[in-house]
Write a protein that binds this ligand. Sequence first.
Ligand code: NPG
Length: 400
Amino acid sequence: MATLGARIPATTDHSRARRYPGGMPTREPAASVTLDGFELRVLHIPLVSPFTTSFGTEAVREVIVVRAHTPDGDGWGEIVTQSAPLYSSEYTQGAWDVARRYLIPALLDAHTLAPEQVAGVLAPFVGHRMTKAGLELAVLDAALRSQGRPLGGYLGAVRDRVPSGVSVGIQADPSALVDAVGGYLDEGYVRIKIKIKPGRDVADTAAVREAFGTIPLQVDANSAYTLADADTLAELDRFDLLLIEQPLQEDDLVDHAALAGMLCTPVCLDESITSLKAATDALALGATSVINIKAGRVGGYLEAVRIHDLCRDAGIPVWCGGMLETGIGRAANAALAALPGFTLPGDVSASDRFYHRDIVTEPAVLEDGHVRVPTGPGLGVEIDPLALEEFTVARETVRR
Ligand code: NPG
């Protein structure tokens, strides 16, 4: 049986022991589970306020929740696609279709398998990483719950809470942005990320720097620029940013490397890092010096751990990105962000940053600028069945 430990990039026990004198995270494989069926639901969850990025504005989070049925209990996952293919090529209806038509039948055919085998079973189907990630998480949660094991311990978490950064959407004008950032700082968020796009970059960043001095600050362009904008992006160098995230297109690795050579601000890739291979290539090309790890974007939490391991061994800082997750993905992200290589605060904010009501009974809260890593079995959070029902707009169960 394939194990997570066997799949991560090779490092010698000796080098690991040196890095972790207190003992290595275990990463024992999870139990096998017997898959009887999967329930898929599309949820529409209203956001506390509209969220604007360079690719659009959302007022309602459309997301797919997955429930894996096994004789030993259920497991939960989340497919973080959005309603339209604007951030990446994936989107709700595409995810729904590929899940029910191809991915779920393949998993049900395998019938009994360990979570570490899910990616291999789904590998013949090209792409659709967010969908694969959601299905894998549901299987992983079912397996770990059956063993009474928390996800954090399984992934290799070394912290019981993680520093919480917040992502602030593009506002009406720089002064509204300053108000929004001020509110999050008052709540205790330890790092601010602002969204930028052409025409809403230098003045917005300057306004935040001027208003709040030396706070940890970074910007996210969501692929809105080209190499021809290098001079504008170089103007951001004077703001001493932690990083600039994904200035160019997803497949612009060579251009990102060229841009990195023109900027003092570290370039961080998000959209471009779709797998361990993509991360390896981006680092080899010098296209990035920091990586945003999102489990959905890379096909699951196990691939996310492999990218973490690669970067840790290469001395590359990583941080955990966010996709406006419900309490399901938020709990899993907190577990992932507690791994030792996550040396920068991530977009692991409190549930109330986005939602008045979450679908779990203990939504993530901000405590002294941190979010706790759940300690219960599996995800460590329980589904609130009434909230789940309230937000469900479509459902289907696929059985063996
Ligand atoms: O805190 O969950 C969060 C949101 C962080 O800005 C954030 N996410 O480009 O990283 C991003 C952006 C995003 C959200 C992208 C949803 C795609 C979908």
